[in-house]
Design a protein around this ligand. Structure first.
Ligand code: NAD
Ligand code: ISE
Length: 334
């Protein structure tokens, strides 16, 4: 059976998801799209034989849409996911599930009230092959007990609309989910320090920042987030265990040996670095739904990440170690 999908938001990643779903993922058809940029949405819809709706609510209500991919700006996600749950539609919501823990909790509560999982959150690193090697090395005991992690998240640049808070709610939110997934632990406290701003950062942007996460079992993780590093997209990590370490570098795409130097390229952006991860994420989502299974990162994972991101924003504002407070995990997400 073919899954009929509607896509809300056809900007950078939404357009990529439409293209992947239409041409690379099996068992699925894009039947509808919506974007407030109507001309672009109409063009994208025409390219894949989909309907361009006049509003996102019309897309959610469309009987020809069984599942919705949400790729609108983060602050809109919670309201759109809630409407999908109310309509009983399956959802793959790009990260973040919500920009506040309170909004994410409303999604969790609605899904719990619905009685079964409908929502997956687009934490695509869980599908990335290099991250999966790191996860396997932790899970099979290759490095002993995981104690520490060092992580780097650098973007070449961001638009002027990108705020200091977004360094946590939009960028480090990936590390928050990665850490929870790799260690199987919740984050219990955060400390954040900003360096003097890079001269390339827009006025008022705190960039770069250093984040410390303390986990429930006592492990500790540091993350550097630097969203104006200029030279490319650089996402790396090293997990330090009691008997060894496992690390993940950016896979270089080419190398050049010349004039006594070895020059390696760095991916330009997340599109290049995680291209296969997005594809695997979408294909596994579609395969799972065909088998009646909603797997992958859940609304609970989206909630936990949002709460920790909010806590990190607060920690920077207060200049103090800040404890994370979460509700108890509902049994739906056991
Ligand atoms: P973008 O600005 O390129 O695209 C967002 C689109 O949403 C725009 O086309 C905009 O016109 C549209 N939009 C605005 N208001 C809308 C509304 N009310 N309803 C529907 N659409 C509306 O942004 P982007 O980079 O594509 O990011 C979109 C989302 O995807 C964000 O949540 C972002 O965090 C996430 N994202 C995830 C990854 C990843 O690695 N998983 C990478 C990039 C972006
Ligand atoms: C963007 O929204 C993403 O999700 C990218 O993966 C991340 O690297 C970037 O910092 C975010 O803004």
């Amino acid at each position: 059976m073919t899954l009929k999908v509607g896509v809300i938001g056809t900007g950078n990643i939404g357009a990529d998801h439409v293209r992947r779903l239409a041409s690379q993922v099996s068992g699925v058809r894009v039947t509808a799209v919506f974007d407030v940029a109507t001309a672009r949405a109409a063009q994208i819809a025409q390219g894949v034989g989909a309907v361009a709706h006049g509003s996102w609510t019309a897309l959610v209500d469309d009987p020809d849409v069984a599942a919705v991919v949400i790729a609108s700006p983060g602050p809109l996600h919670a309201e759109q996911v809630l409407a999908c749950i109310e309509a009983g539609k399956l959802v793959l919501c790009e990260k973040p599930l919500a920009t506040t823990g309170q909004d994410a909790l409303m999604v969790v509560a609605a899904e719990v009230a619905f009685g079964r999982r409908l929502v997956q959150v687009g934490f695509m690193r869980r599908y990335d092959r290099a991250y999966r090697v790191v996860k396997a090395a932790i899970d099979d005991g290759s490095i002993g007990e995981p104690l520490l992690a060092h992580m780097v998240h650098r973007n070449a640049s961001v638009p002027d609309s990108f705020s200091s808070d977004m360094a946590m709610t939009d960028s480090v939110i990936h590390e928050i989910d990665t850490v929870r997934w790799l260690f199987g632990q919740e984050v219990v406290a955060t400390t954040v320090v900003a360096s003097r701003p890079s001269p390339q950062a827009a006025a008022g942007l705190r960039d770069p920042q250093l984040v410390l996460f303390e986990l429930a079992d006592g492990a500790v993780v540091d993350v550097e987030v630097f969203v104006n590093c200029q030279y490319g997209y650089d996402v790396r990590c090293e997990i330090v265990g009691s008997t060894g370490t496992v690390s993940m570098d950016n896979p270089s795409t080419n190398s050049l040996r010349r004039g006594g130097q070895l020059i390696e390229s760095v991916p330009a952006d997340w599109r290049v670095r995680f291209d296969t991860a997005y594809l695997d994420e979408l294909q596994q989502w579609v395969h799972g739904l065909a088998a009646g299974v909603v797997g992958g990162p859940s609304a609970w994972d989206g909630y936990a990440a949002a709460v920790v991101a909010n806590c990190a924003v607060q920690a920077l504002a207060d200049g103090a170690r800040t404890k994370v407070t979460m509700v108890d995990r509902p049994s739906l997400y056991a």
